[in-house]
Design a protein around this ligand. Structure first.
Ligand code: GCB
Ligand code: CA
Length: 860
């Protein structure tokens, strides 16, 4: 019947005491009770005939895993709620931790409340509606154009996807009508090495029919549980009114400061007492930490008076197959994973997240930036601005007490889809965007002057030019060497900003590149989605961030591969820039961060885990990369020492010829006298025989592609050399459009086009030749985020051609789009006799640009 809180988790002794106390309290003491009512719900979409049994947290958007047009609209939930008794003098509330995007709550057929905003909690007073047997009905809607977000690179999951609580309190209690907060706000007005003070303020409500004299009593205990001070204040509160209280502690000497390395938390237990009778009416326990910080345009960030680089990741919350309907422990697990790679910071993007996440940040030690989801564009929609402001107040009041939070944000890339500055629609857009920013900036500071305000900009200087540089910290989302330009563009952008606006603190709020474990390349490039390019990108950005004093810190985009129903690319519906896969398995590159950021332990990691197989072609030598923070690394293969290499930029590189078979790799390094080892296996296949006797080539691609369904590895394309194979004509092309009808999308997203000719030297005999094709002359609509990489959605002329194998036409006047199959994969096999020691495939254009995506040849 009660919620286990942090202080009780702290020590078994306190936990036991709390349990005993509760057991001794007779059921009807009239104190606050809180319990989840997550089970026993029924769910129905408007068109569905029958109800379905569900538990919360719940989302109705599992379709976001299979289609870009996931369901957006209303959905109904209902539940019976039996109560032993409804006691006069008690108040009853439903607290919903999140329902996306809007919710209307009915109790026994009457509307009891509603809420707009999909990422914060709301409390509905149901006292006047309940009896012993009740029907609770909730209608949610994830399609409201007046509720932010309206456009963004993530799925707007619908549903009641966080906990729902039944809360009962006596009629005199801490405010339950204050933007979903718990009516108590704790701050630390003064903190330094020598002393600190605590302020406890908030609101108490007297919902009884008589005026009351109430006492608010806050007991402050140190991290060991020792009571330090008790703050009290008496308040006369008239019947039906809510009154504010404020109390301030005396100095607390030599406070144990809070930091990510040492997250010391003090406990503040706030109790509401009937001053006449002395009886306890309500009580809440919070934890608070002492820390101070500063963002600086020249010196960078500092924590508790010392320079401190903010090292973090952005976090989306979803995890397959649950979507965003996650258990609390999933949020805590994520914080532990971030801590493990050495993060001291998190950007909670792009919306307020579960209380469990914030609690974990406080307890485990992560500084946090949290924001509301105003993304891409400010629409001209009545009610939108007002609702944004409510969302901001809710976030700040609900998460105010979390020591981890140092910054609040309210806009992300808000000019991304704005009309061009020459467009007649631009002035109005600019005006309403700046107006909303000014309004929110002011509100943010009114609510909480103790945190920094921050906004995330995309790659245009317009933010500085039109007055969107009004917040304390400028967050830059920079994707040079991914969506635009070259890797070095990143350094230049930062330097230019710093030169022009030296006083404005900078944080790199996003940077990232996508990767797909099926794709590998020895000559990786932007947008090939190879594991190697993501590593290259990160290995370029991170040292610059680390070594540039005036960069306050960064948050990599993104902690995980996350779901975006509308995204296409190599893994449709996944933004694959994660450091971890969506199931939270680390990618190898996560260990690069760990090697950079951890210096308390030796880190040695052989970066072959993302490699399904290694193809040892003649002339190809493997570069085995070991991420490590040790000065040098020794590598062994199958027990034999290969070499000892010095690390540079946290990598030791070993060029070796890997023997065919399963290679057992071990690496060793020593940091400050402490040894670390790592071991991994790698399947080494030789071409083509070992790969099932099939020569499979990924035309138009620089990547090896290993199908995660068949395990076959397709080789990158190459020019023909005698005795081998390759193209003799045709051009390389690629698309980010999703290809239907296949699980091996990337094979079809690259191709060779024009009068293509391919030649494969092979012994005489009977062969099966397989050609893979998809018509991609009509690219699909893309997200705005793709910038330069987006293709315009336009139809070009159809293509028609003949296909010849060894000069024999196998297809004539043919188009991959025949039957209207645009962006749809298919393959055809032909049995041929090779009696010339070579097999050739050529495309003879009739109209347009013939294209072929992949070729596979197998000897029969
Ligand atoms: C951005 C957005 C973020 C996207 C990211 C991307 O700048 O702020 O929401 O997911 O880029 O991967 O394109
Ligand atoms: Ca291809």
């Amino acid at each position: 019947m009660f919620r286990l809180n942090q202080s009780q988790l702290l020590s078994p002794r306190i936990w036991l005491a709390a349990t005993l106390t509760l057991c001794c309290i007779p059921a009807m003491t009239g104190q606050r009770t809180e319990k989840t009512i997550n089970d026993g719900w029924e769910f129905r979409l408007p068109d569905a005939q029958s109800w379905q049994h569900v538990n919360l947290p719940h989302t109705y958007n599992h379709d976001a895993y299979s289609t870009r047009d996931y369901y957006r609209g209303k959905a109904h939930y209902r539940r019976r709620l039996a109560m032993d008794s409804v006691t006069p003098g008690m108040r009853y509330y439903l607290k919903c931790d999140a329902a996306s995007k809007s919710a209307v709550i009915k109790v026994n057929g009457r509307e009891a409340g509603s809420h707009n905003g999909g990422y914060s909690a709301f409390i509905t007073d149901i006292t006047d509606f309940v009896g012993t047997n009740n029907l609770i009905e909730v209608t949610v809607d994830n399609d409201r154009p007046d509720i932010t977000p309206i456009s963004a690179d993530f799925t707007f999951w619908g549903g009641i996807y966080r906990d729902v609580w039944l809360v009962t309190v006596p009629d005199r209690h801490f405010a339950m009508n204050d933007y979903g907060s718990d009516g108590i706000f704790i701050s630390t007005p003064e903190v330094c090495d020598d002393f600190a003070t605590v302020q406890v303020r908030g609101k108490v409500s007297n919902d009884s029919r008589a005026d009351a004299t109430l006492e608010v009593r806050s007991e402050i205990s140190d991290p060991a549980g020792k009571l330090l001070q008790t703050l009290t204040q008496k308040k006369k509160v008239k019947a039906g009114e809510t009154a504010e209280f404020t109390t301030l502690s005396r100095k607390i000497d030599s406070p144990a400061l809070w930091s990510p390395e040492s997250p010391s938390l003090y406990t503040v237990k706030t109790t509401l007492v009937d001053a006449k009778t002395g009886s306890i009416l309500d009580s809440r326990t919070h934890r608070t930490g002492f820390r101070w910080f500063e963002f600086d345009g020249h010196k960078g960030f500092s924590l508790n008076g010392k320079p401190y680089k903010l090292r973090g990741v952005n976090r989306h919350q979803d995890q397959w197959p649950s979507g965003v309907a996650l258990a609390d422990e999933a949020h805590r697990r994520d914080v532990r994973l971030m801590k493990d790679i050495g993060c001291n910071f998190i950007r909670i993007s792009h919306y307020p997240q579960d209380d469990a996440l914030l609690e974990a940040c406080d307890r485990l030690g992560l500084l946090a930036w949290e924001e509301i989801p105003i993304v891409n564009i400010v629409p001209d929609t009545p009610g939108y601005d007002d609702n944004c402001e409510v969302n901001l107040i809710e976030m700040i009041r609900q998460h105010y007490n979390h020591t981890s939070i140092i910054a609040w944000g309210y806009m992300n890339e808000i000019l991304l889809t704005a009309p061009n500055v020459t467009d007649p629609k631009w002035p109005a857009c600019r005006e309403r965007t700046v107006k909303l920013a000014q309004r929110l900036e002011k509100k943010l500071k009114d609510e909480d002057p103790s945190r920094a305000s921050v906004m995330a900009f995309n790659m245009t200087n317009l933010y500085n030019e039109i007055g969107l540089d009004l917040e304390d910290v400028a967050g830059w989302n920079l994707y040079h060497g991914w969506y635009v330009g070259e890797l070095d563009g990143f350094n230049r952008w930062c330097e230019d900003q710093h030169t022009r606006y030296p006083d404005h603190p900078i944080i790199i709020s996003e940077w990232g590149a996508g990767s797909d474990r099926r794709l590998h390349s020895d000559r990786s490039k932007a947008f090939d989605f190879s594991i190697e390019y993501q590593q290259r990108y990160i290995e370029h950005y991170l040292p610059f961030i680390e070594n540039t004093e005036w960069i306050n810190g960064s948050t990599y985009w993104n902690f995980i591969d996350f779901n975006v129903a509308a995204r296409q690319e190599s893994m449709p519906r996944v933004n694959n820039k994660g450091l971890f896969y969506n199931d939270r398995t680390p990618k190898d590159v996560a260990y690069y961060f760990k090697s950079m950021w951890r210096d308390d332990i030796p880190v040695v990691h052989i970066a072959v885990r993302d490699m399904p197989a290694y193809i040892a072609e003649p002339g190809r030598s493997a570069t085995i990369k070991v991420y490590a923070n040790t000065p040098e690394v020794t590598l062994r293969v199958n027990g034999a020492e290969v070499a000892t290499e010095k690390t540079d930029n946290r990598q030791a590189l070993f060029n070796i010829n890997l023997p065919e078979g399963t290679a057992v790799l071990t690496a060793k390094g020593t940091l400050d006298g402490v040894k670390a080892t790592d071991a991994a296996t790698l399947d080494v296949l030789s071409m083509p025989e070992a790969a099932s006797g099939e020569l499979a080539v990924n035309l138009g691609s620089n990547c090896y592609f290993t199908s995660d369904v068949t395990g076959l590895t397709w080789l990158p394309d190459r020019p023909y050399t005698p005795g081998a194979w390759g193209y003799t004509s045709g051009e390389e092309r690629s698309t980010t459009s999703e290809i239907a009808g296949t699980v091996d999308g990337p094979l079809y997203q690259t191709w060779r086009q024009g009068p293509v000719a391919y030649r494969i030297d092979a012994p005489e005999g009977r062969y099966e030749v397989e050609l893979l094709m998809a018509d991609v002359t009509r690219p699909a609509r893309q997200l705005a985020n793709l910038l330069d990489k987006a293709e315009s959605e336009q139809s070009s002329d159809d293509t028609r051609f003949d296909i010849l194998i060894d000069d024999n036409p196998v297809e004539t006047d043919f188009s991959p789009a025949d039957g209207g199959r645009y962006r749809t994969a298919f393959k055809r096999r032909y049995i041929i006799d090779n009696n010339k020691g070579c097999i050739s495939v050529s495309l003879r254009p009739i109209k347009g640009n013939p294209a072929i995506a992949a070729i596979k040849v197998r000897k029969l």
